[in-house]
Design a protein around this ligand. Structure first.
Ligand code: ZN
Length: 141
């Protein structure tokens, strides 16, 4: 079994775990609070899902969530404003499925996040997202 070429986790385990986490976040009380972080950190580490502009915007978004403490609703409205004003001219999703960044070793991946209860889950997602952001900010894109 080969490791994920993007986050470095073993085999297809990261994608499977991501899908399991999304289910948890939508079904278990308290888990959904970090949904925006889960998605942002996961796609940041899997840049083939995004265009270059999309990846850069995702990194900025994660910065705003974690370091500027902007709530997701605020950011959503802000982004909606941009879309409404027609200023967003790029596609967020990748057209070619090629990775934007060339990094496949990360200190933490989604597999490092515990999920036995909502408290360890939310702090685990936070730690993973923070580590991913720090490492992503060191990259030249
Ligand atoms: Zn992966």
């Amino acid at each position: 079994m080969t490791n994920c070429t993007e986050c470095g986790a073993p085999g297809p385990a990261c994608e499977t775990r991501f899908n399991e986490f999304l289910v948890l976040e939508f079904t278990e009380a308290g888990f959904g609070a970090v949904h925006h972080l889960t998605v942002a950190a996961f796609v940041l580490q899997h840049s083939s899902k995004l265009s270059r502009e999309g990846w850069l915007q995702m990194r900025e978004l994660l910065r705003e969530f974690l370091l500027e403490n902007k709530p997701p609703a605020f950011i959503r409205n802000q982004n909606k404003g941009i879309v409404d004003r027609g200023k967003r001219k790029f596609k967020i999703k990748s057209r070619d499925a090629l990775p934007v960044i060339h990094k496949n070793t990360w200190t933490k991946t989604i597999l490092d996040v515990p999920f036995d209860d909502r408290h360890t889950y939310c702090s685990g997602i936070n730690e993973w997202a923070m580590t991913a952001l720090k490492e992503a900010e060191e990259l030249e894109v």
